[in-house]
Design a protein around this ligand. Structure first.
Ligand code: NAD
Length: 490
């Protein structure tokens, strides 16, 4: 029987009383790995109340003591690195090397959060008026709910969790119901830290569980990463309930290729960006905009490189691209490809109807490239979230930048060129939160903020680093005067 996943509330593993459990299949084989409960609102209520009860004691624990748990966590994550990476590949499908990269990014966030005693420091000004001092201190906000997507089940909770607890907050993690196994394993490690009960909690579930978190009065802060329609919903509902909230949404990332771009570097990097993780990265290249005839070189080069990618079970050595997450996702991607062709695009490399020997039940597509994507067409505007690269042609850098900026998303935009002037103009004008210059996946390191613009992000403060510290703390300003005894007039 497949493992029944548990919740972790107030320092104890608990079986959910959910009436519905969903299967969690391995997308490469369709074999059921576990079942996940859709936890009802009563279990959210219990987790939220107990997390709130744990808050005062945890808040009073000095930051220097709080980070000792994170040092231990980093060591445990290193020790269990391969097991966690394997778990990501099993439930998500991505190639094992991509899963390893994901866990490395998760650990880097723990490392950065170990600097909280410095990052959380306040400000002090002496004599703002005669004998009056003013200072600002940072205090934790309370209970934070972290709502996560399927595509980075090991990393995305770590954009927030280490900072939230290092700052003195308590947390409830809600993993994606499609990839909940890795967090279960991470919580087995968190359990070994000896944290006070209620500091870290895990509640599995789906939309109803999320809505219960958004409505719960004991929760003060909500982070969300997922698709744009849900991000918009989470942002509005949590804010209406008076919570601070940041919600990262979907993406449709354009990359500009100039004729002076290095052919082999650009081809390798764009191929990885578009097809790595089967295109299920929020920083996946989705539209290539070739300028002034660059397509003559790059379409054949990209098609050749993409056709050579080894597609299969991500656990097998040499595999570079795994399946997509569900059969429904596969069907949706194939129908978007078809729609693109109907709207006038030209098939260059057709990855539909893929069958991987020995994995006939897996949800596989092969890399797909479509050229002459008409501006404004469905495939030009819609987030596909699969291994599909559309190509559009323009004549000038100005036109390319205008095309980039016409999209409704703004997660990432990249340029490939050997012209510093073109790169600078692009960096200056492109409307996106993450910019790549001869880089195809412009993922900020843990000490930089992570977020998109436009419909890729709702909120102000972003994930990771200093932004996360600001998000998980509230500032208090104290204006202070002390009369010296000899000045007192009784
Ligand atoms: P999703 O929006 O379907 O789910 C995300 C979370 O929201 C899950 O925990 C899910 O249980 C919950 N949820 C789903 N529907 C809900 C509803 N109606 N009401 C309340 N909660 C709901 O996203 P996904 O498919 O898991 O992830 C893929 C999406 O995430 C893509 O759009 C991708 O671009 C985006 N993403 C964005 C970033 C970023 O940094 N901007 C990073 C990773 C993924």
């Amino acid at each position: 029987m497949a493992e029944k996943l548990l919740n972790y509330i107030n320092g104890a593993w608990r079986e959910s009383k959910a009436t519905t459990y969903l299967n969690v299949p391995n997308p490469a084989t369709d074999e059921v790995l576990a079942t996940v409960p859709l936890s009802p609102p009563e279990e959210v209520d219990e987790a939220a109340r107990l997390a709130l009860a744990a808050f005062p004691g945890w808040r009073r624990t000095p930051a220097t003591a709080r980070i000792q748990y994170l040092f231990k966590l980093k060591m445990l994550m290193e020790e269990h690195f391969e097991d966690l990476a394997r778990s990501i590949t099993l439930e998500n499908g991505k190639a094992l090397d991509d899963a390893r990269g994901e866990m490395r990014r998760a650990i880097e966030n723990v490392e950065v959060a170990c600097g909280i005693p410095t990052m959380m420091m306040g400000d002090f000004s002496e004599d703002v008026a005669k004998g009056v001092d003013e200072y600002m201190i940072r205090q934790p906000v309370g209970v934070a709910a972290l709502i996560c997507p399927f595509n980075f089940p090991g990393m995305i909770p770590f954009w927030y969790l280490p900072y939230a607890i290092a700052c003195g907050n308590t947390v409830i993690v809600k993993p994606s119901e499609r990839c909940p196994i890795t967090m279960q394993k991470v919580f087995r490690l968190l359990e070994q830290l000896g944290l006070p009960k209620g500091v870290v909690n895990l509640v599995n579930g789906g939309p109803d569980t999320v809505n219960a978190l958004l409505d719960h009065p004991a929760i003060s802060a909500v982070t969300f990463v997922g698709s744009t329609p849900v991000a918009r919903h989470v942002y509005a509902r949590a804010a209406a309930n008076g919570k601070r909230v940041q919600a990262q949404g979907g993406a449709k990332n354009p990359i500009i290729i100039l004729p002076d771009a290095d052919v082999s570097l650009t081809t390798r990097i764009v191929t990885d960006s578009a097809f790595g993780n089967a295109g299920q990265r929020c920083l996946a290249a989705s539209l290539a905009v070739t300028v002034a005839g660059a397509e003559k070189t790059f379409i054949p080069a990209l098609a050749e490189a993409a056709s050579k990618l080894v597609v299969g079970n991500g656990l097998e050595p040499g595999v570079q691209m795994g399946p997509v997450i569900t059969p429904q996702s596969k069907a949706r991607i194939e129908s978007l490809i078809q729609k693109g062709l109907e709207e006038g695009a030209e098939m260059v490399l057709d990855g539909r109807n893929a069958s991987i020997p020995g994995h006939e039940r897996g949800y596989f597509l092969r890399p797909t490239i479509i050229a002459d994507v008409p501006p404004g067409s469905t495939i030009a505007r819609t987030e596909i979230f699969g291994p599909v690269l559309g190509i559009m042609r323009v004549e000038t850098v100005e036109e390319a930048i205008a095309l980039v900026n016409s999209g409704e998303y703004g997660n990432m935009a990249c340029i490939f060129t050997s012209s510093g002037a073109a790169a600078r103009k692009f960096r200056y004008e492109a409307e996106a939160g993450n910019i790549g210059i001869n880089i195809g996946v412009a993922a900020p390191m843990a000490f930089f903020p992570f977020s998109g613009w436009k419909n890729s992000f709702f909120g102000t403060l972003h994930a990771q680093g200093k932004h996360a510290v600001e998000f998980f703390t509230q500032t208090k300003v104290v204006v202070e005067r002390w009369l010296e005894t000899w000045e007192r007039k009784f």
